[in-house]
Design a binder for this molecule. Structure first.
Ligand SMILES: C[S@@+](CC[C@H](N)C(=O)[O-])C[C@H]1O[C@@H](n2cnc3c(N)ncnc32)[C@H](O)[C@@H]1O
Length: 276
């Protein structure tokens, strides 16, 4: 796989409740409306499927019968797919297939005859060329796309105290890290939603974007700690000169998270695109 997959089943399970609360029910409803006249079964391709969290959340919101094609470049993560209890809007079990394949190998006609394409927490780790390839495949097949939970680069940690300067520096370094070039690939990071929205708009498609932030309360200490630790580590990889101040900041904030005193908002956006 040409991307750097940092997804593990443990991390995906830890974030799943926050993801599910954040996703845009309104855009899912709009997709269901677009699919209402489609002849059965509805066929949905989920890109970067991981352990199947997008399918678990979206399938009950769409009409059935449904067949899902779960595509991911990491053969290990799909070993942990869990679709046992997944049903469509009528309560019937869904059918599914798994394709292990890097996005760069996605056939141009992969979505021919399908009803929808989805992805979740994927667009920020793809390149501009990969995003353009996916959009071209959607447009060629006339298949609506719902891309959920793409990071925008904004994060807010509370209580604010007096950490604005170091938090600003960490945030900026983290975003540069997201956009970094690695093995000749430059990931879209926080530029992903505007880039993909622009590609669909250029093709003459309708695009709707919804803000879908994680709003992590004090009770989400384990997820806050994991997120904050990764946020600071990525920033330090990008700007090691921040180490002294950032490590002190990390120690203080992790202690607050462990004590149940920290709240975090991490911004994401969902994007729905469909032909006019
Ligand atoms: C952050 S995880 C999200 C998983 C799942 N969609 C979810 O929301 O829980 C990103 C997933 O995309 C896959 N992925 C990343 N880059 C990829 C690529 N270039 N080709 C195929 N899969 C990729 C990873 O293996 C990983 O399973």
């Amino acid at each position: 796989m040409t991307s750097i997959s940092t997804a593990t089943p443990g991390w995906l399970a830890l974030r799943a409740p926050a993801d599910d609360s954040a996703r845009s029910a309104e855009l899912a409803h709009e997709l269901a409306r677009l699919l209402s006249g489609v002849s059965a079964p509805i066929v949905v391709h989920d890109l970067g499927a991981g352990t199947g969290s997008m399918t678990r959340w979206l399938a009950p919101r769409l009409p059935g019968p449904q067949r899902w094609v779960l595509r991911d470049g990491d053969p290990d993560i799909v070993e942990h797919l869990d679709l046992r209890a997944v049903v469509d809007a009528s309560g019937h079990a869904i059918a599914s297939d798994v394709v292990v394949e890097d996005l760069s190998q996605l056939p141009a006609d992969a979505f021919e005859g399908s009803s929808a394409v989805t992805a979740s927490a994927l667009l920020d780790v793809v390149t501009e060329a990969e995003a353009a390839h996916v959009v071209r495949a959607c447009v060629a097949a006339g298949t609506p796309a719902l891309f959920s939970l793409t990071v925008t680069g904004a994060a807010r940690v509370r209580p604010a105290e007096r950490h604005e300067a170091i938090e600003h520096a960490i945030g900026a370094a983290f975003n540069d890290h997201q956009r970094r070039r690695h093995d000749e690939r430059r990931m879209l990071g926080p530029d992903a939603v505007p880039a993909v929205a622009g590609l669909f708009a250029d093709a003459g498609w309708n695009v709707r974007v919804a803000a879908t932030p994680w709003r992590l309360s004090r009770r989400r200490g384990a997820l806050i700690a994991e997120w904050l630790d990764g946020w600071v580590s990525a920033a330090l990889e990008q700007r090691p000169e921040l180490a002294a101040e950032a490590e002190e900041y990390r120690r203080h904030r992790l202690a607050q998270a462990a004590a149940g005193h920290l709240r975090v908002t991490v911004s994401h956006e969902d994007l729905l695109a469909w032909p006019r």
